[in-house]
Design a protein around this ligand. Sequence first.
Ligand code: NAD
Length: 238
Amino acid sequence: MPMFNGRFVQRLVVLTGAGVSAESGVPTFRDPDGLWEQYDPMDLATPEAFRRDPALIYRFYNSRRARLAGVEPNAAHLALARLQREFAGDVFLVTQNVDDLHERAGSPQVCHMHGELLASLCGACGNKRPTDQPFDGASACPACASRGSLRPDVVWFGEIPYFMDEIEARLADCDLFIAVGTSGLVYPAAGFVRTARASGATAVEVNLEPSDTASLFHLQRRGPATEQLPALVAELLS
Ligand code: NAD
């Protein structure tokens, strides 16, 4: 059975945040982002913002979606995919990211708790559909043909993240919890470390700097995810 930090580990939960994609060129919410620097991204990620100024929200998400085509997975995404394929146990990957870089790195399972940029959701019929195309208030839902009902299939502040039952069950049954590139400011993800620890898991944080919940982790791996994760994965697979 694999060992880590002097303990047997078999069931892993890995939580990733914007920091894992930062070195691919996808800006985090805290990075300066030329295109949108006049807005606080938090103000572009709420249902109220969508009701207030849908054209602005469509432009924001169309721009983010289009920019995905120009970025590639980095060594951190690749290391996690390797861990999922080669670890002699279970690795559940849950991401707050709405990009598709884990999938493109070859991860066999990715739980997108905040939804996906490359998908639309119809407010009229509930249809979810993959798309890499821009859409706006004039676009028709491919399923029910209604216009003005499509929105990005992303979870906004104030909405309930996806797959919470499965995530909570995995956290309650893991022996190692790893959080990568997440600020610890956005709940419920910021609370996952507490749930994992309550079930006896060892908790490891990988981040450039201490997150808001850093004190809850047993171990800190400080530095860029592209350096720290390949090293941590090599340790787990050795
Ligand atoms: P965040 O922007 O709040 O925090 C990013 C964290 O990553 C910070 O703690 C920072 O220190 C760390 N970080 C930055 N670069 C790093 C690197 N190279 N290596 C290791 N750590 C690094 O992001 P969050 O905690 O994920 O939460 C904010 C919300 O932003 C989430 O809901 C997420 O959906 C959304 N978001 C997603 C994307 C994406 O899909 N790629 C991008 C921006 C924001």
